[in-house]
Design a protein around this ligand. Sequence first.
Ligand code: NAD
Ligand code: 89V
Length: 346
Amino acid sequence: TTPPGVRGVLIGCGFFAENQLHAWQALPGVEIVAVCDRDPARLAQVRERFGIDEGHTDAGRLLASCRPDFVDIAAPTPAHAELVELAACAGADIICQKPFAGSPAAARALIETCRHHGVSLSIHENFRWQHAIRRVIDTLRQGAIGRPFFGRISYRSGFDVYRAQPYLARAERFIIEDLGIHLLDVARALFGEVDRLGCEITRVNPDIRGEDVATMMLHHDSEVTTLVDCSYATRLAEDPFPQSLIEIDGSHGSLRLAPDYRLTRHDAAGGQDTREVAPTPPAWSTAPWTPIQESVSAFQADWLDARRGGRPVETRGEDNYNTLALVEAAYRAAADHGTVTPERWP
Ligand code: NAD
Ligand code: 89V
C-alpha cells in the first residue's frame, strides 16, 4: 500500500523555488498544496506554471488556511526569522534554504524555536547531495584511500551568475556566503569539524559590491588540511560552472574528481581506476544547472525518506550551524588576515 502523501506548502516563489517545485512534483508521496510569494505577479506566474490552485501573498494566511505537514522556505535570508517562527507555531516541519538565518546567533534562536514547538528543521544544503560529490563522499567513507590527510575543494568560474540572481551583485558579503558556504559544508561532510580556519578574499569584478574570490585553509579535528577555493572571476575556455572539483590524498591512495565527471582513484601500488559520475539529468533540468537541479531532487528524496524513517537529515539545523560558523569564521579571518577557531553547536 502507498503511504499517505505528505502535504507541503512552499514560500518564496523566486528563481530557485522553481527547481524545488519541479523536484517535489516528480517525487511520489509529496504534494505541494499551496504556494506563497509576497509579489502577486510572481505568485500568479508560478501557480500557473505548476498548476497549483491555492496561493497567498501572506504566509500567516497560507498557514492558517492549509495547516500543512511541512513548509518549504525558498525565500531569502532576511525572511527566515519571521517565516520559521510562523511555521513552527503552526506545528509544521520546516525546510529552509541556505544561507540560513543570517548569522550563527540568529540560527541558534530559530533552532531553539523549532525545538520548543517540536518541529523538525532541515536546511536545504544541496551541494553535498550532488551526484558526483556524493560518490566522492561515499568512496572516502568506504576507506578506499585509507586515512585522508589533504583535501582541495575548488570552484572556479567566470559564469554570469548575476543574470539569474541579480541580488548577488548587490550583496556586501558575496562568494563565501552564497557559494563558499556549500563548499565548506562539503568539507565538513568529507573530513568532519574544523578547529582552525584562515582566509583571504578579493574582488576582481568592479561592478559588484562583495568579494568574488576567496581562498580558505581549514584544519579539521581529524588532522586533515583542506584548501577551499572559489572564484567567479576565473576565465576558462571550458567553464566548469557549476561543478566543484575535488582532490583528496590519503594514506593508501588519492581521489581526483575532474571537470568531465571522471572520478579517479589512485592506489598505493601506482594503479588507478576511473569511474564516470555524471548526474542523470531530471526531465525538467536545463544546462548548465543540471548537477544542482539533480541535487535538489536527491536532497528532497532523502528528506522524505528520513521523515518516513524517523531519522534526522544530515543537514538539520544543528548541523548546519557549524557550516554557518565556518562562513562567519572565514569573514573574520579575511578581515584580520589571521586564523580563527570557528564556533560550534551547541
Ligand atoms: P529570488 O529573489 O529569485 O526569489 C525570492 C522570492 O522570495 C521572491 O519572489 C520574493 O518576492 C519572495 N519573498 C521574499 N520574502 C518573502 C516573504 N516574507 N514571504 C513570501 N515571499 C517572500 O531569490 P532566489 O534566487 O530564488 O533565492 C532564494 C534563496 O535560495 C536564497 O536564500 C538563495 O541563497 C537560495 N539559493 C539556493 C541555491 C542552492 O543551490 N541551494 C541556489 C540559488 C539560490
Ligand atoms: O547555490 C547557490 O546558492 C547559487 C549558485 C550556485 C549559483 O551560486 O547562488
